[in-house]
Design a protein around this ligand. Structure first.
Ligand SMILES: Cc1cc2nc3c(=O)[nH]c(=O)nc-3n(C[C@H](O)[C@H](O)[C@H](O)COP(=O)(O)OP(=O)(O)OC[C@H]3O[C@@H](n4cnc5c(N)ncnc54)[C@H](O)[C@@H]3O)c2cc1C
Ligand code: FES
Length: 261
């Protein structure tokens, strides 16, 4: 993949994920599907609205949440200037987009697989669930700080076993960590897969527990990115041998024993 694959596509729809007080902060955006030759859950796109001035130079990376052959949908949390301006896009606005980029999550059709999501880290799991040949082997755990309606949780809980825990008070965090610990050990014992996406402290917990119990686990990193194609070195991290690697081309998905968090 290179920037030659960049093309301008039209926004088809921008709408809140659910009805709640912070509906304007969590939204899904659907863009024209640019005749890609397939994509895999865990991959992402870079987008930069054509109307952005030079004050917002760099494109922003987002996990592909779903795609149906005509359009691609992303779930976005508004966290800063770029995502705020993406939230204000209207149908018909043009966006420069390139992708699908990066690698993807492991899939074991008959393997019990635990999906661990921290907040908006649930985004790539919608596509994972939709594309999985045996979703009955999947279980989703969401740790969240805001109203559950902010996240596309109910869309997934209708298809796979799913549970969620709210972090509202300081003591909730320890309960969430204990539950993640128990779940990861359970999946290690049955030689399952553990796939995680969320904030860095969340993924450090996954990495620590997986290392203690020998679970096969992957994490999807959300490093800052500018090009998405390995050229700018803005997203570099260290692999398990201490070598510098670009998250955009070697990841964003890494086995927990092969990345420094
Ligand atoms: C592979 C990948 C997949 C992602 N998927 C999603 C997704 O599906 N949904 C979603 O809501 N977010 C996702 N993100 C994070 C998203 O890219 C950032 O939240 C967004 O770029 C922030 O832009 P901003 O201008 O609004 O924030 P800024 O105003 O620039 O910064 C606000 C906060 O966002 C962080 N941030 C800023 N730029 C980036 C960046 N390029 N990459 C990562 N973090 C950044 C900053 O550290 C800061 O904490 C993903 C990131 C990566 C790398
Ligand atoms: S984002 Fe440019 S090298 Fe990874």
């Amino acid at each position: 993949m290179s920037l030659r694959n960049c093309r301008n596509v039209k926004v088809l729809k921008v709408c809140p994920v659910g009805q709640h007080k912070r509906a304007d902060e969590f939204f899904e955006i659907t863009l024209e599907y640019p005749d890609w030759d397939g994509w895999k859950p865990g991959q992402f796109v870079m987008i930069r609205p054509v109307g952005w001035e030079l004050d917002l130079l760099w494109a922003r990376p987002f996990s592909i949440s779903s795609a149906d052959g005509r359009s691609v949908t992303l779930f976005v949390q508004k966290v800063g200037r770029g995502t705020a301006r993406i939230a204000s896009l209207k149908p018909g606005d043009e966006v420069a987009m390139w992708g699908p980029l990066g690698n993807s999550f492991a899939v074991g059709p008959d393997t019990p697989t635990l999906l661990l999501a921290g907040g908006i880290g649930i985004a790539p799991f919608r596509g994972y669930v939709e594309q999985h040949p045996h979703p009955e082997n999947l279980r989703l755990f969401l740790a969240h700080r805001l109203d559950l309606a902010c996240y596309p949780f109910e869309r997934l809980s209708g298809t796979v076993a799913a549970e969620c825990m709210l972090e509202d008070k300081p003591e909730d965090l320890q309960e969430i960590i204990s539950q993640m610990d128990a779940l990861i050990r359970e999946y290690a014992e049955k030689d399952g897969l553990v796939l995680a996406c969320g904030p860095t402290p969340f993924m450090r917990t996954v990495q620590r527990v997986a290392s203690e119990c020998g679970a096969r686990a992957q994490v999807s990193l959300e490093n800052r990115m500018a090009c998405g194609v390995g050229a700018c070195l803005g997203c570099v991290t260290k692999d398990g041998d201490g070598h510098h690697v670009q998250v955009c081309t070697r990841g964003p998905v890494f086995w927990t024993d092969n990345v420094e968090l």
